[in-house]
Design a protein around this ligand. Structure first.
Ligand code: IVH
Length: 678
């Protein structure tokens, strides 16, 4: 009797059912980002399968979801010869180089018309090849030198977004899927936090962390790392037909259970490629994974075949690289800036360096601990990183370039702006000036915040003007702004009669505001836009807020003990109350709000997403209105989103909403909905 025969039919049937269920939920969780059962339930199903497999070992097949937890450690990785070489890509660093690429393609194909291209992000991870025989994952390998890599089958089996058995039907008998294995940024942060908590050295970046995780001989370690794989092409295909375009093939791969990048898009011509680059440059920072460029591929596979390869790269594809995000430069000095709440932030003054597409001269050093962690000295050569709109950071010191005259950095014990003692509360990383509003630096920041766009939105009151107003003692508190005359303002540097009267008019206009904006403008510690909105909805008026206490404040959505303490403290201060009174006397006013607990608001508990352009209002107005009705407004679509408002130009967020079956409305429907709740 063979071992398979010794498994009772019932057990085999149950194991097969469990495998189907686990594969289905695994796909929902890792690929569609739409889990439908709690983790505990998934674990229960998995445990049941493991028990069955323990009892009847023949049930333990390589494509069983139980194999995702890892296997006994290996001594070495075996070599894996690629069935078809894994090539690399030529790079383009400018629009002109992309246009040159298109010219070469068009000429070689002898075509008049435009070429259709598939555009997709160039993921910054590790290239991998997966071989499926009869639909079952047989081998996973790294790219290596392109001819052979390392056999990492045990490790790839632990990656949730890699199917162990292809879903659906109609797959070729032999199929090689290629893609990039990477760590999402969120997973990387979580991994590094755990490493730090355990006193271990954190990883430098998600790519290194992904490479390190994948090259583990003990695959249970790989299993503990939140790796993902995004499929971007196929290699060997035998015994089956694939679609005729690259995007068609990727759609097939998605149906077979692979993760395909959400931003994959076909464009009609090379201009479409250039716009795609602009679009992705904007989206780049908000993505949960690192990308270092865009890959353009001729979409028609028969044209790809005609174009063929040159040396080690295909003629039908090119990688348009983003400008480097890290460069080296020298630290010339460190200055200390005082923020709105007195926080002292060390700022690196750098030898100007071109990085992330701009010239950078300053970078934040965050706090005292960060200087210590970096082991930084003035005149050190440092690596500076600028990613998108994020303020530039000093990532590390290049130790072997330290000059003999490098100097230690002394953190000040007196405020550089007002000489008050600097305090640091035990357990907090931030050191603060104790001068409060006596400190001109804190005053300046408080006033800048008060006038900022999401606060009273005073058009034309730039930082330089605020600084002069405080330096000349014309303004001490935000209330003083409303007493300014055209003459006083016109007298400031770089101001004239016209701009001064514009500013007075803007101040006048800003007096008609809303309670949430006003609360936000006060600059209470830890009270951002959303908290200000919740406070306004809950209490309805400033008077009610004056009379409340910490306990009652904690009843507000998202307000915990820390925020409650800061809010209560703020309103208990006589000088703050005086400023508020003066502001009201100066005419700052807002329409009354009927206080409602969040749960009574019409959109309570809902999360909305805005995407594409809106015509009759700005995105921030729409956001404000939705928040007033109790909704949270999020930047990305998930299974938990309640509704997506999609204007013209909406892209992947709309697609994802449709895939997940989330309600989508256009601008007019939004307006109607808002009207209905007026
Ligand atoms: S296609 C023959 N598509 O970039 C073309 N590659 O420099 C094969 N990469 O080793 C690659 N994202 O690891 C392709 N969407 C994408 C990619 C991508 C990242 C990596 C890949 C390759 C390297 C080439």
């Amino acid at each position: 009797m063979s071992s398979a025969d010794s498994v009772p039919a019932e057990a085999a049937a149950e194991a097969s059912r469990l495998r189907d269920q686990l594969n289905h939920h695994n796909h929902l969780y890792y690929v569609l980002d739409d889990p439908q059962i709690p983790d505990g339930e998934y674990d229960r199903l998995l445990r049941r399968l493991q028990d069955l497999e323990g009892q009847y070992p023949p049930l333990k097949t390589p494509d069983s979801p139980s194999q995702r937890v890892g296997a006994p450690p290996l001594d070495v990785f075996q070599q894996a010869r690629h069935l078809m070489p894994m090539l690399s890509l030529d790079n383009a660093f400018s629009d002109d180089e992309v246009l040159d690429f298109n010219r070469r393609v068009t000429e070689r194909l002898n075509r008049d018309g435009a070429i259709e291209y598939a555009c997709e992000p160039k993921l910054d991870g590790i290239a991998a090849s997966l071989i499926y025989r009869d639909g079952v994952l047989e081998r996973g390998a790294t790219r290596g030198d392109g001819t052979s890599g390392e056999d990492i089958t045990q490790n790839v089996r632990t990656i949730g977004s890699i199917p162990l058995r292809l879903m659906g039907s109609d797959h070729p008998q032999l199929l090689e899927v290629r893609g990039e294995i990477y760590l999402p940024r969120s997973g990387f942060e979580a991994m590094n936090k755990a490493a730090r908590d355990a006193g271990e050295k954190p990883f430098v970046n998600p790519r290194n962390a992904a490479a390190g995780s994948l090259r583990q001989l003990d695959s249970t370690i790989t299993a503990s790392r939140p790796l993902e794989m995004c499929a971007y092409s196929v290699g060997v295909v035998e015994g089956g037909e694939l679609a005729e375009t690259h995007t068609g093939v990727l759609a097939q791969l998605a149906q077979w259970g692979f993760l395909v990048n959400e931003h994959l898009q076909a464009v009609g011509d090379i201009d479409g490629c250039l716009s795609y680059y602009e679009k992705l440059s904007q989206l780049r920072d908000g993505l949960d994974y690192d990308i270092d460029g865009i890959v353009y591929k001729v979409n028609d596979l028969s044209l790809q075949n005609r174009l063929g390869f040159v040396a080690r790269a295909p003629r039908w594809a090119i990688a348009r690289k983003f400008p480097a995000q890290e460069e080296m430069t020298q630290l010339m000095d460190v200055e200390f800036q005082v923020g709105r709440t007195g926080s002292i932030t060390p700022v690196a003054r750098l030898q100007p360096v071109f990085v992330g597409g701009v010239t950078v001269t300053n970078a934040t050093l965050h706090n005292r601990d960060e200087i210590k962690r970096l082991g930084l000295k003035v005149l050190d050569t440092v690596v500076v990183r600028r990613a998108g709109d994020v303020i530039p950071q000093v990532v590390s010191v290049v130790a072997d370039r330290r000059p003999d005259d490098a100097q230690d950095i002394a953190f000040p014990d007196k405020c550089p702006a007002c000489d008050s003692p600097v305090e640091q509360i035990e357990g907090e990383v931030v050191a603060r000036c104790s001068g409060g509003l006596v400190c001109p630096a804190q005053r300046k920041e408080a006033i800048k915040h008060f006038a900022s766009r999401k606060a009273l939105d005073v058009d034309g009151l730039g930082d330089k003007i605020v600084e002069q107003l405080v330096d000349r003692d014309l303004v001490q508190t935000p209330a003083d702004l409303f007493a300014l005359t055209v003459e006083q303002i016109a007298d400031l540097e770089r101001m004239a009669e016209k701009s001064a009267s514009n500013l007075v008019a803007a101040l006048e206009k800003s007096r008609d505001t809303t309670l949430p904006r006003f609360l936000y403008a006060l600059g209470i510690r830890e009270v951002g836009e959303a908290t200000a909105q919740s406070l306004a909805n809950h209490f309805g008026s400033l008077d009610a807020l004056f009379q409340t206490d910490e306990e009652a404040l904690q009843e507000v959505d998202d307000v915990g003990p820390v925020v409650a303490h800061f809010v209560a403290d703020f309103f208990a201060s006589p000088s703050n109350r005086q400023v508020i009174e003066q502001l009201q006397q100066a005419g700052v006013n807002w329409p009354a709000i009927t206080p409602r607990s969040e749960s009574e608001l019409p959109l309570a508990g809902q999360t909305w997403v805005l995407t594409g352009t809106l015509e009759s209002m700005s995105r921030s107005e729409a956001k404000e209105k939705l928040q007033q009705l109790g909704a949270k407004v999020a930047g990305s679509v998930s299974a938990k989103s309640s509704c997506v408002v999609a204007g013209p130009g909406a892209g992947s967020k709309l697609t994802k909403a449709q895939q997940l079956g989330i309600e989508v409305m256009d601008e007019q429907q939004l307006i109607d909905m808002l009207k209905g709740h007026q």
